[in-house]
Design a binder for this molecule. Structure first.
Ligand SMILES: Cc1cc2nc3c(=O)[nH]c(=O)nc-3n(C[C@H](O)[C@H](O)[C@H](O)COP(=O)(O)O)c2cc1C
Length: 206
């Protein structure tokens, strides 16, 4: 089959698009509102876009609390969501009001970050402490506004639970790192393999 997503003419019961961009890492984002309320929500429009300097992005469908808090306070934290945290991660996506604290409502313990004011999820084995850089309001190819934004942050602190460091490397085996697939489906990272990159040719031979 082939379809045009602009016309949504796939003829299927559910839009297949997101089931084809998989697995998507889940940026589980903690922020603090101007009023001091801690906010937590999962974002699977999430990616690292460069590592030196380290930057991440998340995409917000509309102006949600995470985006607003990141813009207003200049900070957000990305927590690594794992199998044991799956229910809490899912619950934190519920539509809480801006003055309600998701961690409090889900009974999830938070821990202080080092380089930003927003706390991290205490049980998450890793967290990226970010300074807000910019918001890009998306448009289509004709320059017309669409109700989505991309929020860019620079990573200024990295928390790694000591127990997942083995021989100098992060070892995620056994943690069940979660990813988002299409529909209501999720993936769990359960197979890791190593492959060396091909020998790099000098620029003149490329
Ligand atoms: C696994 C998962 C991934 C999600 N990814 C996104 C996303 O990338 N962008 C988005 O706008 N909403 C996403 N959502 C929905 C938000 O988590 C939800 O709207 C939440 O209430 C937003 O919270 P906030 O207003 O506190 O930021 C996702 C939900 C789940 C369960």
């Amino acid at each position: 089959m082939h379809y045009d997503p602009r016309k949504r003419d796939h003829g299927l019961p559910h839009d297949p698009f997101l089931s084809l961009v998989v697995p998507r890492p889940i940026g589980w984002i903690s922020t603090v509102g101007k009023d001091g309320v801690v906010n937590l929500a999962p974002y699977s429009y999430f990616a690292a876009v460069c590592s030196n300097p380290a930057h991440v992005v998340f995409g917000s469908a509309g102006r949600k609390d995470s985006m607003r808090n990141a813009e207003e306070t200049g900070e957000f934290v990305v927590n690594l969501a794992t199998w044991t945290l799956r229910e809490a991660m899912n619950e934190s996506s519920a539509n809480f009001g801006p003055h309600e604290s998701e961690p409090m409502l889900t009974g999830l313990a938070m821990a202080a970050s080092i380089n930003v004011g927003a706390p991290r999820v205490a049980q998450a084995p890793a967290a990226l402490e970010c300074r807000y850089v910019s918001t890009t309001a998306l448009t289509n190819e004709a320059g017309e506004a669409v109700p989505h934004s991309i929020i860019l942050g620079r990573v200024v602190g990295v928390y790694i639970e000591d127990a997942i460091l083995r021989e100098g490397q992060v070892d995620l085996r056994g943690l069940g790192v979660l990813s988002r697939l299409g529909y209501m489906e999720y993936g769990v990272l359960d197979t890791i393999f190593t492959m060396a990159r091909p020998a790099q040719r000098p620029p003149a031979q490329r």
